[in-house]
Design a protein around this ligand. Structure first.
Ligand code: PEP
Length: 272
């Protein structure tokens, strides 16, 4: 079946489905080159239409220059981004990477506020807000991650924590911006226990409603909201059937070329 930007509603923008692979701290720059070549061949051989489903990889910082060179030299349609950035532009911030450096590498996206950064690096909503503003300032689209832990779910229900995190992340934004939001329940990340499509839809709809209150109906209609957490080729189609889920942020399964390419090709191998 031919697809698809998600249909425009109320005169708003259509949303192109987006499959994003978060490699986390895996694959060095040589492995990255081999991986991206194989992924590009796999998608090309399958006749993938990147205008119908956008595909991006998020390698470690040290891989980005190699990925940029390969994508530019071979004119690949794959997008790429970083897994984090500094809230600062430059200066005495040892170990940090400026959004300006990522922009110089033509990174289209940057993941911000992944639960592993919140958990292991103490990133608060304030830090996430500053990083989101920095990405936008440098012309990089932030992929802002929100999601509740199992305890949050028990204590506050499904949407309260992700919606509060979204509000926090967008605290410095007062005008429309190009954003991607990733709803990633912490209990589903790397656990093999994905949310159900209905659970994902419920929270993604609440996030879209919150975007509407914060930044207006046009931004809410145009912003892609992804689900992440134990996504595989066998469950992706169920998520993409939901009206407010526009794609997936994929962790473990993004490290397997055949599996990730199959997730990106969900429209072809499963009836949607
Ligand atoms: C992630 O880390 O963003 C993620 C969704 O991981 P996984 O797909 O492995 O659950």
């Amino acid at each position: 079946m031919a697809v698809t930007p998600r249909p425009a509603q109320d005169g708003g923008a259509a949303r192109t489905p987006f499959i994003a692979g978060n490699w986390k701290m895996n694959l060095d720059h040589l492995q990255a080159i081999a991986f991206v070549q194989k992924l590009a061949w796999s998608l090309r051989d399958a006749g993938h239409d990147f205008a119908a489903v956008e595909v991006a990889v998020f390698p470690p910082f040290t891989d980005l220059r190699s990925v940029q060179t390969l994508v530019a030299a071979d004119k690949l349609e794959l997008a790429y981004g970083a897994q984090d950035l500094s809230a600062h532009d430059s200066g005495a911030y040892t170990g940090e990477i400026s959004g300006a450096f990522l922009a110089a590498l033509d990174a289209r996206y940057v993941i911000i506020g992944h639960s592993e950064r919140r958990q292991y690096h103490g990133e608060t909503d304030e830090v996430v807000a500053a990083k989101t503003a920095a990405a936008i300032k440098h012309g990089i689209v932030p992929v802002v991650c929100v999601g509740e832990t199992a305890e949050d779910l028990e204590q506050h229900g499904p949407s309260a924590v992700p919606v509060a995190q979204l509000r926090g992340a967008l605290a410095h934004l007062s005008s429309p911006a190009d954003l991607v939001i990733a709803y990633e329940p912490v209990w589903a990340i790397g656990s093999g226990q994905a949310a159900t499509p209905e659970q994902a839809q419920q929270v993604c709809a609440a996030l879209r409603a919150e975007l509407g209150s914060l930044l207006g109906a046009d931004v809410a209609a145009a912003t892609r909201i992804l689900y992440g957490g134990s996504v595989k080729s066998g469950n992706i189609a169920g998520f993409l059937r939901q009206p407010d889920v526009d794609g997936a942020l994929v962790g473990g399964a993004s490290l397997d070329v055949a599996e990730f390419s199959s997730i990106a090709r969900y429209q072809k191998h499963v009836g949607v």
